[in-house]
Design a protein around this ligand. Structure first.
Ligand SMILES: [Zn+2]
Length: 218
């Protein structure tokens, strides 16, 4: 089986995606790029993540042609491909419809530095304008707006998180959902006080230097 390690990880993290409440059923999707082989393992389209095994995960090339697998790849394959083209540091993409991040995406609001943990994405989480799911237009929009951020809100749709590996991208998706929830709750009581821009520069640098293991959450 081609990319057996990557395919098992996609199956494992698919279950984690459901267990963590970041998505339900077959919503959202995950992929992992093996740069040496220049191949991508991506979840299948329309199958509940709880039921996906390594064999169900599809292997495609960098243009999206199926190399191995019995199912169709995720309908969002095109923006996964676009992200790997756009960012040499990205080897994993996690896409969710997690409720609080998606709430902000439906308000067309970026997530500002309401909590220092937004640094998992950068100084804020930017927003890509709406485009129909599964289209080249959405892939273009994602490519255009990701910048150097590790997370991006998709207007009226959801969240995309990226990382050097799958645990990292998954972690970004989880932490940004937490920050989105805090932002939502803070906005429902009053006007959130944001972390100062200079301080966010320091925090982003600290995350970069010490890695995401030492982010003050332990
Ligand atoms: Zn989606």
């Amino acid at each position: 089986m081609r990319l057996s390690f990557e395919r098992q990880l996609i199956a494992d993290y698919g279950r984690k995606l459901v267990q963590s409440g970041l998505t339900t059923g077959s919503g959202g999707n995950l992929s992992l790029l093996n740069r040496e082989e220049n191949l991508i393992a991506i979840g299948p389209s329309g199958i509940d993540y709880a039921d996906v095994s390594a064999q169900d995960v599809v292997v495609v090339d960098r243009r999206g042609a199926i190399v191995e697998g019995r199912w169709k790849p995720s309908s969002e394959l095109s923006f996964h491909l676009a992200l790997y083209d756009q960012r040499a540091d990205v080897q994993a993409v996690v896409h969710t419809h997690s409720v609080y991040a998606t709430t902000m995406a439906c308000l067309h609001r970026e997530i500002p530095a309401v909590h220092y943990l937004v640094a998992f994405a950068g100084k804020k989480v930017p927003l890509a304008p709406y485009a129909t799911f599964g289209t080249p237009q959405l892939a273009e929009s994602v490519k255009k707006h990701i910048g150097d951020s590790n997370a991006l809100l998709l207007a009226n749709h959801g969240l995309v998180a990226v990382g050097a590996d799958l645990p990292q991208a998954f972690n970004v998706a989880e932490e940004i959902e937490l920050v989105a929830r805090i932002y939502y709750q803070a906005c429902s009581i009053g006007e959130p006080v944001l972390v100062h821009d200079d301080e966010m520069d320091r925090v982003v640098e600290k995350f970069r230097t010490y890695g995401q293991q030492d982010n003050g959450r332990k």
